[in-house]
Design a protein around this ligand. Structure first.
Ligand code: FAD
Length: 539
């Protein structure tokens, strides 16, 4: 465990914050990048209860912080998704007479003072927020706690992002888990003993209508959520709106589609997955065939909930509860031999990577989890990196994955693993370059999951079989895309190829079709990777 993890420091600071306050005229819920919802939002729910208790208005605040987006390599699609969701939340909150006030703060070091100034302006001495586990955010919130204390403002920070909060699961030696399988066993066991962890938080109760005529708060209703953030203009916004509609309703429909309808044989298909008219099927829904079909990139078999979970448009607790309702079970499915058990395990992966980031924060600050690989020698080759980014490597499955992300803002999980491993082990380019590019392009970008996925794929992370796990992209291609439809869909140059050729076109065929030639031969690349990982620092 890293010395002085910021979460520890933050929890210590939060525990000595003010316990009681007097004379508050409003309660504020500070909504953040990963809890963009009204339903089942713990901090919002508690803030509302408190406002009712003392009979004062509840105000919701969101702070746009462009420099944080730069620091986290967040891209325009993710920021646009946030703004679209905020607009929808603003409309729903207005029906409850609750204002949502959206403001922008730069530079980021001034943000804590800016927030405290707003609270003072509203005479609000109570602040509620869900915890953000990223290092910069924890440090920012430590500063908020210090300033709030000086101003007599009480802050309540609440765990909300995960099914099982960080700092609750330990090995028999009392250490945080660094290997997924035992973590998962413990996660299920602890959850089934504490099912209240996934209980639903109540929706906020409406403010009194009088707030609309209150001199300090009435104007907050009139303020608009901006359409874009300077420097993060989303060029393909209209397309993203169709593929990834905003709002809790859309997230819920996406969940229902997964639980109750059959998968279809295409990734793109109709532009909006919610309008696909898929056949509903109680017995053969995506959820109930997940175990066998999830790795097939040529079918639309997974939930596609990641953008909604990353931005907190739907809570992970609601998702777990819905799977229990589907099977009419009272305990969380633990078996990895069932489809629902396998799917719930994916939610445990999401928790796992945030737990890792909290215990070893350096992983999200550019350091490998396994320090022994810090000195691995990476190639410097801009041409190769650009070819990978644009899907022009000459390896069809890699190019299909990259082009899927560039087109849809999302990539199938197996394709993420294949493309990430290809960048790091075949092209021998630094995993941090890939991590950054994914963060910019993905609409579901999440620091902990992206970092965990990249470190796993590059062999520097928590995978117990680290560097010698090197995917053969052609074998992977046949498994992930048995029909070849995934490649044909995203690499139109190869649209006319059938059979094995689509996975590995000969140089002659590639040339004829205008498809790029290979950058490097897999066998040679594999030997180089093994050599360099075995002897970090050597050629
Ligand atoms: P489903 O298969 O339906 O899974 C349900 C949910 O479980 C997902 O929505 C997601 O929240 C979670 N989940 C599934 N697999 C993983 C996993 N391996 N790690 C963490 N959570 C998981 N996921 C992100 O949400 N944001 C990222 O930035 C991200 N970057 C990744 C980078 C790499 C290199 C790799 C290998 C994986 C990355 N993932 C990331 C994990 C995973 O690929 C996506 O969560 C998944 O593809 C989303 O599709 P889905 O919602 O249909 O998933």
């Amino acid at each position: 465990v890293d010395a002085d993890p910021p979460l520890q420091k933050f929890l210590e600071a939060a525990s000595v914050g003010l316990k009681t306050v007097e004379g508050t005229e409003a309660v504020v819920h500070w909504m953040r990048m990963a809890d963009l919802r009204i339903v089942d939002n713990r901090a919002l729910s508690q803030a509302s209860k408190r406002a009712r208790e003392v009979d004062i208005p509840l105000i919701v605040l969101f702070v746009i912080s462009p420099q944080d987006y730069v620091a986290h390599d967040r891209g325009p699609r993710r920021i646009d998704f946030v703004l679209r969701n905020l607009k929808s939340i603003k409309r729903s909150l207005k029906e409850l007479n609750i204002p949502l006030y959206v403001t922008t703060h730069t530079p980021r070091r001034n943000l804590p003072t800016g927030v405290i100034d707003l609270l003072k302006q509203w005479n609000a001495k109570e602040l509620y927020a869900n915890i953000e586990y990223e290092v910069d955010e924890l440090r920012r919130d430590i500063r908020i706690l210090e300033l709030a204390k000086q101003e007599g403002i009480r802050c309540t920070f609440i765990h909300d992002k995960l099914v099982v909060e960080p700092g609750t699961l330990f090995t028999q030696q009392g250490k945080p888990f660094a290997v997924f399988s035992p973590f998962h066993r413990r996660w299920i066991e602890a959850l089934n003993r504490n099912l209240h962890w996934i209980a639903e938080a109540s929706v906020p109760t409406p403010n009194d209508y009088e707030i609309h005529s209150h001199s300090s708060y009435a104007d907050l209703f009139n303020q608009e959520v901006p359409d874009e953030v300077e420097g993060f203009e989303c060029e393909d916004r209209e397309k993203m709106k169709v593929i990834w509609p905003e709002g809790h309703g859309a997230a819920k429909e996406m969940l229902d589609r997964f639980l109750h309808t059959k998968s279809r044989g295409s990734q793109l298909g109709p532009a909006n997955p919610l309008e696909e008219g898929a056949e509903s099927s109680a017995k053969a829904s995506r959820a109930l065939t997940y175990k066998d079909k999830r790795d097939q990139a040529d079918r639309d078999t997974t939930s596609r909930l990641s953008p909604y979970l990353s931005a907190g448009v739907i809570s992970c607790r609601e998702v777990v509860r819905a799977t229990m309702e589907l099977l009419k079970i009272k305990r969380v499915e633990s078996s990895r031999d069932t489809s629902i058990g396998t799917w719930v395990q994916e939610l445990a992966w999401r928790d796992f990577y945030t737990h890792i980031m909290c215990a070893w924060p350096r992983v999200s600050m550019g350091r490998p989890y396994q320090e022994k690989f810090a000195g691995v020698k990476w190639e410097v080759n801009e041409e190769h990196f650009n070819a990978w980014k644009e899907g022009r490597t000459g390896v069809p499955i890699v190019d299909a994955g990259m082009r899927q992300m560039n087109t849809m803002g999302w990539m199938h999980n197996r394709a993420r693993m294949i493309t990430a491993m290809y960048l790091t082990k075949d092209l021998m380019l630094d995993w941090r370059l890939g991590e950054r590019y994914f963060s910019k392009m993905l609409i579901d970008s999440d620091l902990a999951s992206n970092n965990g996925g990249w470190q796993w794929s590059s062999g520097t992370g928590t995978d117990p079989q680290p560097y010698f796990r090197i995917f053969n992209p052609y074998n992977q291609s046949e498994k992930a895309d048995p029909t070849g439809n995934y490649i044909r869909e995203f690499v139109p140059e190869l649209g006319g190829l059938r059979g094995p050729d689509v996975h590995k076109p000969s140089p002659k065929t590639a040339q004829k079709l205008g498809y790029p030639l290979l950058l490097i031969e897999h066998g040679k690349a594999r030997d180089r990777a093994l050599r360099r990982y075995k002897n970090p620092g050597m050629e």
